[in-house]
Design a protein around this ligand. Structure first.
Ligand SMILES: [Zn+2]
Length: 176
């Protein structure tokens, strides 16, 4: 099997700025801006959604510190933390990471978009779907959910729902 490009790159110490037992911070090969950093899980994983909770939360802490290092070193006016999960979201590598982009005035990086005008009907339909999915997913991860979930009188998701969610992630796994 061909080794993942980012797993290989992580072993090249020249690009690595920090490493602990869970994550690695390094300067990527292709950058959107001078001074960009990426935070990767040491264990190969395609999708951010599939990371264990401990890894995902640790990556957020490390990404925040990497962002502080950029401000200190570059004097940038701000930073963007970006996760591209799935091909449609711009993911180009088969190894998930958080991209930390230092931002400067008039730097020609465009991460802004026009708010979409949606109908009340569309909004309420999607809200119902999201509420349902959130209940299933949060219940799956925690035996005791927040108060609003408990009072909703929903049952804990059965095996079937969990399988469905797993299937969704399997589907996402096929890309890129
Ligand atoms: Zn990898």
């Amino acid at each position: 099997m061909v080794e993942c490009e980012l797993c290989k790159l992580m072993k090249e110490d020249t690009r690595v700025l920090y490493r602990d037992e869970i994550t690695t911070v390094m300067i990527p090969k292709e950058v959107s801006a001078l001074g960009e950093l990426i935070v990767l899980p040491n264990n190969h994983e395609i999708l951010f959604e599939n990371l264990p909770d401990e890894t995902a939360s640790h990556m957020a802490i490390i990404a925040n510190k990497a962002s502080m290092a950029q401000v200190a070193a570059l004097g940038c006016a701000g930073t963007n933390l970006l996760i591209q999960s799935g091909e449609q979201a711009g993911q180009k590598h088969s190894h998930t990471f958080i991209r930390i982009i230092p931002r400067f005035e008039k730097d020609n990086i465009n991460l802004e978009w026009q708010p979409q005008k949606l109908s009340e009907e569309d909004m309420s339909t999607i809200e119902i779907k999201l509420r349902e999915a959130c209940q299933k997913i949060f219940f799956k991860q925690k035996e005791k959910g927040p108060e609003e979930f408990k009072s909703a009188g929903e049952e804990k998701p059965g095996e079937k729902d969990q399988d469905k969610y797993k299937h969704m992630l399997e589907h996402l796994k096929r890309m890129p």
